[in-house]
Design a protein around this ligand. Structure first.
Ligand code: SF4
Ligand code: SF4
Length: 56
């Protein structure tokens, strides 16, 4: 399991710049977390301005 970005993402890009392992990239209409790369540190969730990132 990994952190997930839900529908409210406004594509601000903050999370991608926060992730230490570069697991987050811009997807189709919202950002996406690669579950194979995410190490579940939680940094992205704490920095999303709209609370779009949910813990596993
Ligand atoms: Fe990256 Fe950590 Fe967020 Fe996983 S939980 S996507 S490793 S910042
Ligand atoms: Fe989307 Fe939140 Fe990431 Fe911004 S920080 S791109 S709103 S998931």
């Amino acid at each position: 399991m990994a952190y997930k970005i839900e529908g409210e993402c406004i594509s601000c890009g903050t999370c991608a710049g926060t992730c230490p392992v570069e697991a987050i990239s811009e997807g189709d209409g919202k950002y996406e977390i690669n579950p194979d790369v995410c190490v579940e540190c939680g940094a992205c969730a704490g920095n999303c301005p709209v609370g779009a990132i949910v813990a596993p």
